[in-house]
Each structure stands twice: as structure tokens, then as C-alpha cells.
Design a protein around this ligand. Structure first.
Ligand SMILES: *[C@@H]1O[C@H](CO)[C@@H](O)[C@H](O)[C@H]1NC(C)=O
Length: 435
């Protein structure tokens, strides 16, 4: 277990060096005609700082047309038009298109120099990708690329390194973390008031909420540090650590509640333990993947692979946590038929069925709906998908807390004969329809 915990932490430390919005990329003997670097949402006072050094071309013939190698900015839409122009033969190199915004071509570099720096002003607000084009076939390029993209804030002229649609994220995360700190306080109060009926699962739930609050606080601080300085510096490590614990504790909690552990029965069955043994290591993998995805940016070489690993692991975890709930529902149905306490069991059954549906809705919303929102909203409103996802998560936490809170008197045991009869009747009906 210790090994599982240590590895992602080490990894987070390793990656924090190369992090965030000021990016450094090494290009070595590369003959790709197009190399995309980074994407950023500019406001009306956007800036791109580009420092290229250690430039080396595989061919040093002075007759090379160096205007065909260089950097440019372009939006996704214009890129499609440029591709059309290339296809129609209007142009032979993306750098010749009048739709793109050329940052500089290698022709602009004084002869013999191996480095070049520019600050490019972008005054048309939009989401741009920084792209390197090399239209000379079989010419290999090596260089170190330092790039920084930021917007100047109105008035003061301070730099904002967060993309236009993300710039309010620090505040969003901070607000949500406050909400969770308040919730932890309320939960502690509830546990104290009803301390005679508190189960271990209720303490575990407290840990989950506190993890979530700390995770959001670190994310707020991480993002606000990036906003101010362009690099992550330490907070990202804390953020990854709490993300890791939050992920593991949340999935474990869903499994434990699903099995009815501690409030229905004091032990876990073997197959229930197996679910935990699958989910916990997978969460470790998911967290490693998340670190790599965050730190490399969408054009890093392993980005797609890790994104796929993350999605796969996430889907497996989400499916796995549903099994214990299904088993519990099945057990309760059987118990209802055999032990004669139909009303009690029906109540538990309804609770577990609702929980099953809520878990599915939560997973569906935070995975599918949020992803769809992210894809269809304009770059300016990227934060809305974060808010939607956090609201759904908050609703899920609230539901779980309300439904499984410690009860001062156990409602299961104060049931009169009439209710018992009605319940038995309904169970019989259910059996007929195999609900
Ligand atoms: C580019 O070089 C300038 C001058 O050396 C430096 O001030 C600036 O921080 C560099 N920018 C990046 C993104 O490396």
C-alpha cells in the first residue's frame, strides 16, 4: 500500500519542474512540417513572448528559402481554411496564407545567429494555437523553444497567465472550497449531536468532505499562482496530493455505502473487498495519468495515450463501484422475502435503489455532460463547465450526507402492522413484475 501512495507523489514532484503556462519545449532533428505548441485564449491585449535558441538546421546551404520556416498563430477555424487553401494549391506553405498571423520566420533572424526573441501583440480576442511550420522537405530542425502567452489586465498592465475563459477559476475554486469547509463544520456538529448513533462510516464521510475542501483550496491557490507568475511552483504538488486522496476516499466511500458497511453490517464480504482492491490501485493510475495530462499540455507527445488511459481507468472505476450497490439490492430483496420484516427491508431497498440511480447520474453528469459542455462552449466561457461539474459534485455530497446521516432514532424499528402489511403487499407486486 505504501508503494502505491508514494509513487504518484514522486511523480508529481518530478513533473512540477516543467509545469504550466510558460512552456519550454525541445525540438531535436525534427522534420515534421507542422508542430503545434500551445493553445491560449487571448483578450484584446494579448501577448506572446517567444524565445527560440540553439537553432540548428540539418542543411546549411545559404540558398534555402528561410521564409518557409517559422512560427505563426492561428485559430482552429482559420486552420481549416488554411488546409483548404493548401489543398486547392493556392499556397504551398501555411506561412504564405493571409489568414494566419506570422510571429516570425527564420528569414527574420540575422545571419549566423542561433537565437531569436520576439514579443508579439495580439489584439484580436480569440483562442489561438502557436504553431511551427517547416515547409522545406527533408530539412531537419533542432531548437529550444521558450514560450509564454498572457493577457494584460485592464488599467494596471499586470500579466494574467490564465487563458481568457479560465481567469476567474481561482475564485470559483475558492468559493467552492469555502462551501465544503462549512459543510465539514455542519457535519461535525451533526456527528456531535447524534454521537450515540454515529457509525464509523460517518467519520469516513467527514474525511471525504475535508479532503474535497483541501483539494479545492489547493487548486484555487495553484491556479491563482499560475495566473500571477505563469508557473505552478509547489502548490500543484499539494493539489495533486489532495486530488489523489480525494479520488481514493470518494470511490472507497461509494463502495462502502453501497455495501452497507458499518450501518447494515460490520464486515465486508470477499467480493466486496475485491472491488476495493481493484478501484484503489486504478485510482492511483488515474491520478498519475491526470498529472501527466495536466503538465504536458494537449500537444505533448504522450498526451493522447495518457488521456486514453485516464478515460479507460475512470470508466472501469465508475462501473466497479456500482456492483456493491447491485449486490446489496439483491440481498435486501431476498431478505425481505425470507425474514418476515418486509417493511424494514423495503425501506432499505428503496434507499439503495435511489442511491444507485444518484451514483449513476453523478457519474454520467461529471463525465459526459461536463465533457459535452466543455466542447460546445466558447473558449471565453470554459469556466462554466467547471462550475457545472462542481455543482453536480456538491449535489452528490449533499444527497449522500442527507440520506445516510446518523439518525437519533432508527426509523426502521418503529413500524406498525399496517405499514408492515402494505410493504409485504408491495414486495409481492414487485416480485411479480421482477422490478
Ligand atoms: C525571453 O527572453 C527575455 C530576455 O532574455 C526574458 O526576459 C524573457 O523572460 C524570456 N521569455 C521566456 C518565455 O522565456
Amino acid at each position: 500500500m505504501a508503494r502505491f501512495l508514494l509513487f504518484p507523489l514522486l511523480l508529481a514532484l518530478l513533473f512540477s519542474i516543467s509545469s504550466a503556462e510558460i512552456r519550454f519545449s525541445e525540438v531535436r532533428s525534427d522534420d515534421r512540417p507542422i508542430i503545434p505548441f500551445d493553445e491560449f485564449g487571448f483578450t484584446h491585449s494579448g501577448r506572446l513572448e517567444l524565445n527560440v535558441s540553439k537553432i540548428q538546421l540539418s542543411d546549411t546551404n545559404p540558398d534555402l528559402d528561410l521564409a518557409k520556416i517559422g512560427f505563426f498563430l492561428c485559430t482552429r477555424d482559420t486552420w481549416l481554411h488554411v488546409l483548404l487553401q493548401l489543398e486547392d494549391g493556392e499556397i504551398t506553405c501555411a506561412l504564405q496564407s493571409d489568414l494566419i498571423k506570422t510571429v516570425f520566420t527564420f528569414k527574420d533572424i540575422p545571419v549566423g545567429k542561433k537565437e531569436h526573441s520576439v514579443v508579439y501583440k495580439e489584439n484580436e480576442a480569440d483562442q489561438y494555437t502557436l504553431v511551427f511550420a517547416n515547409c522545406l522537405t527533408s530539412l531537419k530542425v533542432s531548437m529550444d523553444v521558450h514560450s509564454a502567452m498572457y493577457n494584460l489586465e485592464r488599467g494596471g498592465g499586470t500579466r494574467d497567465y490564465l487563458s481568457a475563459g479560465r481567469t476567474i477559476l481561482p475564485r470559483v475554486y475558492f468559493l467552492f472550497s469555502l462551501v465544503y469547509f462549512v459543510l465539514s463544520g455542519i457535519w461535525i456538529y451533526v456527528l456531535y449531536k447524534k454521537r450515540l448513533t454515529v457509525f464509523r462510516i460517518h467519520l469516513f464521510m467527514l474525511a471525504v468532505v475535508i479532503m474535497k475542501a483541501l483539494n479545492l483550496l489547493c487548486e484555487a491557490e495553484d491556479k491563482s499562482y499560475i495566473k500571477r507568475t505563469g508557473s505552478a511552483h509547489g502548490w500543484d504538488v499539494l493539489f495533486y496530493i489532495f486530488s489523489f486522496f480525494r479520488g481514493i476516499t470518494l470511490f472507497t466511500l461509494i463502495v462502502l455505502i453501497g455495501t452497507g458497511w458499518s450501518f447494515l453490517k460490520p464486515y465486508l464480504q470477499d467480493k466486496e473487498k475485491k472491488v476495493l482492491m481493484i478501484v484503489i490501485p486504478l485510482q492511483v493510475v488515474a491520478n498519475i495519468a491526470q498529472v501527466v495530462i495536466d503538465e504536458t499540455g494537449p500537444y505533448g507527445q504522450d498526451w493522447i495515450t495518457w488521456k486514453q488511459i485516464f478515460l479507460l481507468v475512470d470508466v472501469v472505476c465508475c462501473c466497479a463501484v456500482l456492483f456493491p450497490i447491485v449486490w446489496s439490492i439483491k440481498n435486501l430483496r431476498e431478505a425481505a422475502r425470507t425474514d418476515g420484516k418486509a417493511a424494514v427491508n423495503l425501506m432499505k431497498l428503496t434507499l439503495f435503489r435511489q442511491y444507485y440511480i444518484v451514483v449513476i447520474c453523478y457519474i454520467y453528469f461529471t463525465r459526459v455532460v461536463v465533457y459535452a459542455l466543455e466542447t460546445i462552449t466558447s473558449y471565453k466561457y470554459l469556466w462554466t463547465s467547471v462550475v457545472a461539474s462542481e455543482l453536480a459534485t456538491l449535489a452528490f455530497y449533499l444527497y449522500t450526507g442527507l440520506k445516510f446521516k446518523p439518525e437519533a432514532h432508527n426509523p426502521y424499528f418503529v413500524i406498525d402492522d399496517e405499514e408492515e402489511e402494505a410493504a409485504a403487499e408491495q414486495l409481492k407486486l414487485e416480485d411479480e413484475f421482477e422490478l
